[in-house]
Design a protein around this ligand. Structure first.
Ligand SMILES: Nc1ncnc2c1ncn2[C@@H]1O[C@H](COP(=O)(O)OP(=O)(O)OP(=O)(O)O)[C@@H](O)[C@H]1O
Length: 375
């Protein structure tokens, strides 16, 4: 465990970048440092690998004071990823990734084999191995940066705004990839960002810092959203934290009904039996949702997909969160959300009222234990 114990950093010009910060960074989890510009995030991260030396206080790793270890030994156990990847422009992608193992004495062939394996792990096509960094997109370069940091298999990864320079779509892909890699590798990751949504999505624990390098709150994201410590944290979390908090509640408690679901080949009798329902969901012959219709607009044997109202993006029943279910219901012309199974077949539909009831139940339940984390 990395323990930051009452650490202060005062730069030579008198700037106090970090002020008596104490944090216990859990092993094999992602801890995010978040806060406004200049609040001391980068300084804190760099004190962990001693690129910046603390003025006061102590940082220990598994109980050992980092000042008692040679800097090289300390950094060997820590991969470091920065914004814009910081790749060596004159080296190929493969050799960029193989850099640290080569420095540590691994043979060229072995280091390159490992680099190839890592390219796959971070979602890079093997065909890019011989290219140079300038021949890659920003998102691809960031992936190389992550692969390079992982190459020597360090237990700790320090990541300083690694995804800030790419567009939101690429950024989401990189975040998802990091979560997937983390599930597989279980590193201890300290991740700096100024983006609270990124912090909430990635963090097992989130440390919110305020200007002057003071800790405002250190908590799991669901707790941050439900119980911000003060007005600063509340303000920093933004306006829709109630909705965002629903991401942490599973949809598996929702009761789906199949009464309003009919296949496209539904007979007259089946349709007549449902004539009193406000809307019916029509599926294809495999059970995949096609769209909504009022029952009196449907004629047995003559249902056309083109005449149906869109059912938008359905939610994955039991796997998506209550936020996804609510979003689906709000966007649905019928006001009902469509839940699908892993194969994309309609598992049933659920009304906004039923979702609202599930939300109330989840809030009550979460008053004591932590809600299950869904991504
Ligand atoms: N070498 C330095 N000398 C003097 N002051 C510094 C130095 N490096 C950083 N600072 C100051 O320390 C404070 C914290 O800087 P730091 O880079 O840690 O913040 P940050 O939260 O990472 O900011 P950003 O989100 O803008 O990157 C800032 O006021 C900054 O100007």
């Amino acid at each position: 465990m990395i323990r930051i114990d009452s650490v202060t950093k005062r730069y030579p010009d008198g700037t106090v970048a970090v002020d008596r910060l104490s944090l216990e960074i859990p092993d094999r989890a992602i801890t995010v440092l978040v806060g406004p510009s200049g609040c001391g995030k980068t300084t804190t991260l760099r004190m962990i690998n001693r690129m910046v030396e603390p003025s006061e206080g102590m940082i220990t790793i598994d109980g050992v004071d980092t000042r008692k270890q040679p800097v090289n030994t300390l950094r060997r156990g820590m991969g470091y990823v920065i914004q814009n990847a910081g790749l060596f422009q004159h080296r190929t992608i493969l050799d960029n990734i193989a850099t640290v193992p080569r420095l540590l004495g691994t043979g060229k062939a072995e280091a390159r084999d490992r680099a190839r394996e890592l390219m796959g792990r971070v979602g890079l096509d093997a065909a890019l191995a011989k290219r140079y960094p300038y021949q890659l997109s920003g998102g691809q370069q960031q992936r190389v940066g992550v692969a390079r940091a992982l190459a020597a298999d360090p237990p700790v990864l320090l990541m300083d705004e690694p995804f800030s320079a790419v567009d939101p779509v690429v950024r989401k892909g990189l975040q998802d990839e990091l979560l997937r890699i983390q599930d597989e590798l279980g590193k201890t990751i300290v991740f700096v960002t100024h983006d609270i949504d990124e912090a909430v999505k990635l963090g097992t624990m989130v440390a919110v810092l305020r200007t002057g390098g003071k800790l405002a709150q250190f908590a799991p994201p669901a707790e941050l959203l439900s119980r911000p410590a003060d007005a600063f944290v509340e303000d920093f979390l933004g306006a829709d934290r109630g909705i965002r908090r629903l991401s942490f509640f599973p949809s598996d408690g929702l009761e789906l009904t199949t009464e309003a679901v009919v296949a496209i080949d539904a007979g007259a009798e089946q349709l007549a039996a449902r004539a009193d329902l406000p809307y019916l969901l029509v599926t294809d012959l495999d059970g995949r949702p096609l769209g909504w219709s009022e029952p009196d607009r449907l004629t047995a044997g003559e249902i056309e997909p083109g005449q149906l109202l869109s059912c938008g993006r359905p939610f994955a029943a039991g796997r998506d969160s209550l936020r996804a279910a609510l979003d689906c219901a709000v966007l649905s012309p019928s006001g009902w959300a469509v839940g699908v199974d892993a194969e994309g077949r309609a598992a049933g539909v659920v009304s906004q009222q039923a979702i609202a009831q599930a939300i109330r139940g989840a809030h009550e339940e979460s008053a004591s234990p932590q809600p299950k984390v869904l991504r």
